[in-house]
Design a protein around this ligand. Structure first.
Ligand code: KG4
Ligand code: ZN
Length: 340
């Protein structure tokens, strides 16, 4: 008996139908990239309105793909945290309304835990215990994962997330939104040592990250302090590539080093990595090298499950196994503080 999963934490409206054994029967994502591109970042109010228009057609489409009616659904899972408040609310209200109307139980999904669960979906055996790294547009966090939903937060960014830094660098270099793929593409043609950008908190005795200093260093390298209007700055194509390459190298260095320290400290033999930035080719390559050098197993989410999607909501099956249902009083938890 399948479940319906709903995801609307940021700027993708997504729904999936997943069988009790984890097979994906239906999967629909409506992306909002085009809507936010002119603002070079996600505008929360625009995102919430777009979710509102799309959520029901997206759910219908996932059910149609699966070829089932709502009567055959056994539970409705929804990402209730963390994310943009307006975006989360649309998914939550849709899920709660359908749960009441269709008389189905509700399951709450932590979006960050779901990003990591994408690694379990792609694996044919149990991947726990392990250390988990979530690198997305809104978060950069390390966890000790004793099970799929038994996660302990170890540390995370104290300012910008890794993906946010990619997006801001792309915005300063007029590379469009979302910036990660464009920065990564240019970086592959640049000199990784052209600029010596900072690697923050590497020596700190904790698992926190900071990317705002790196972002500011790129900003100063492009325009010097105080400059606001980047559209008026002409950067030579090779310098652009060098800036992207040096930035990407600094960001990836920190992610790889801190993750490998966590694996050692927690005496784990496995690292799992999820979230939009996990799609980054250089990060995947460097993590691979480090896993071989340090002798731990590495599982990175498959490319199609790195950025936001509803398939990773299959983590709800783990909650159902543990009889962990949510009540219809469930509210959103945007999670403005750290530690999710
Ligand atoms: O997980 P996600 O879809 O949304 C959040 O939960 O935040 O992550 C989106 C982020 C964006 O910042 C985007 O620029 C970044 O993932 N991203 C990448 C790549 N593909 C997406 N960053 C670096 N390299 C990529 N190839
Ligand atoms: Zn995400």
């Amino acid at each position: 008996m399948p479940i319906l999963t709903i995801e609307s934490t940021c700027d993708e409206t997504a729904a999936a139908v997943i069988s009790e054994t984890g097979d994906v029967l239906g999967d629909c994502i409506a992306t909002q990239e085009a809507l936010h591109e002119k603002f070079r970042g996600v505008v929360p109010e625009v995102a919430a309105r777009a979710h509102l228009e799309r959520i029901l057609p997206v759910i219908d489409s996932a059910l149609n793909q699966a070829g089932i009616s709502h009567q055959q659904i056994t539970a409705i899972a929804v990402a209730d945290r963390p994310g943009l408040a307006g975006s989360l609310l649309v998914g939550l209200v849709a899920a709660k309304t359908l749960a009441i109307a269709w008389e189905k139980p509700l399951v709450a999904v932590n979006h960050l835990h779901a990003h990591l669960y994408a690694c379990q979906i792609a694996s044919d055996r149990n991947i726990y215990p392990c250390v988990g790294l979530v690198v997305s547009g809104g978060h950069t966090s390390l966890y000790h994962c004793e099970g799929p939903i038994e996660l302990t937060y170890l540390g995370g960014t104290i300012d910008d997330a890794a993906g946010e830094a990619f997006d801001k660098v792309a915005a300063m270099l007029q590379l469009g939104f979302p910036g990660g793929p464009a920065v990564s593409e240019l970086a592959s043609r640049g000199n990784r040592k052209a600029f010596n950008f900072p690697r923050s908190l590497l020596k700190a005795d904790n698992f926190d990250f900071s990317f705002s200093g790196l972002k500011t260093a790129v900003r100063y390298a492009i325009a010097g302090p105080g400059h606001q209007d980047f559209s008026k700055i002409e950067v030579q194509p090779q310098i652009k590539a060098d800036l992207c390459a040096s930035f990407e190298t600094a960001a990836v260095d920190v992610l790889v080093q801190k993750s490998s320290i966590a694996v050692k400290k927690l005496q784990c033999s496995r690292l799992i990595v999820g979230g939009g930035v996990a799609a980054n080719g250089y990060l995947r390559e460097q993590l691979q090298k480090r896993s071989i050098a340090d002798g731990f197993e590495l599982i990175i989410a498959p490319l199609n499950l790195c950025t936001d999607n509803a398939v990773m909501g299959a983590i709800a099956l783990e909650k159902i196994k543990r009889n962990e249902y949510a009540s219809v009083d469930l509210d959103i938890t945007p999670g403005l503080q750290r530690g999710f």
